[in-house]
Design a protein around this ligand. Structure first.
Ligand code: ATP
Ligand code: MG
Length: 228
């Protein structure tokens, strides 16, 4: 059963890569608008959990319900439609397209969904203003700083108004000051749109921006009481 009000719920997830067990009974749940930090040591299964929740990796067994629907029963086309329209992604290195300008990068998910160039770039600029990078529109990713690039990547992830934002070490390549600014803007923006945020991080300082923390160890997850 879906816990009341949960948007995304996973239970008893198992995933192995050959002899390596990446997930060993992991569970997860998140509400609309909630920011959940996924913490744990390197190799514990954090990214694998995020990729399963996002429909990028198929678990060997276990259940993932999005909006009450079992992801395993969706066709590949349905899952990729879900990723395009309901999910947003930010990774450690923003993975911006180097040949496109920043505004074209942010507009790209809308363009891929069939939005006209003019409307897509207008929406992109609104998001770039919120992330305080609207002055970088004409620059290419190679011409901006790491922190600016990550804010452009956050704007791109949010431009489609996703219900869930998946962020895997979004500040991992930034110094602490830039990292905190990215986290402030990311969580503010997500709260404005009531997007849920699944935030994978090693850093307690980054996890402090979440509403709740879970810890993954040896492919198993558990809730961690926030120690204030
Ligand atoms: N595509 C893959 N092929 C083979 N093994 C994999 C693959 N992806 C992950 N693993 C293994 O699964 C385990 C969990 O990896 P995962 O990437 O989920 O860890 P993580 O917690 O995200 O680590 P980090 O903090 O270093 O990013 C590790 O032992 C890893 O080597
Ligand atoms: Mg990882």
């Amino acid at each position: 059963m879906t816990p009341a009000g949960s948007l995304l719920v996973a239970d008893a997830l198992h995933k192995s890569y050959g002899p390596t067990t990446a997930l060993d009974g992991a569970e997860f749940s998140i509400h609309p608008g909630e920011v959940v930090a996924v913490m744990g040591p390197s190799g514990s299964g954090k990214s694998t959990l995020l990729h399963c929740l996002a429909g990028i990796v198929t678990p060997d067994s276990g259940s993932i319900l999005y909006n009450g629907r079992e992801m395993a029963t969706m066709s590949d086309a349905e899952r990729s439609q879900l990723r395009r329209s309901e999910f947003g992604f930010v990774f450690q290195f923003g993975q911006l397209v180097p040949e496109l300008t920043c505004v074209e990068n942010v507009a790209l998910p809308l363009r891929l969904n069939g939005t006209s160039r003019k409307a897509a770039e207008k929406a992109a600029l609104t998001w770039m203003e919120r992330l305080e990078v609207d002055d970088l529109g004409k620059k290419r990713p190679g011409e901006v700083s790491g922190g600016q690039g990550q804010r452009v990547a956050v704007a791109r992830a949010l431009v489609t108004d996703p219900r869930v934002l998946f962020a895997d070490e979004p500040t991992g390549a930034l110094d602490s000051l830039n990292g905190e600014r990215v986290m402030e803007l990311l969580t503010d923006a997500a709260r404005t749109t009531n997007a849920a945020v699944v935030l994978v991080t090693h850093e307690a300082r980054v996890a402090a921006y979440s509403d709740r923390e879970i810890v993954v160890r040896d492919g198993k997850s558990r809730d961690m009481e926030r120690v204030v």
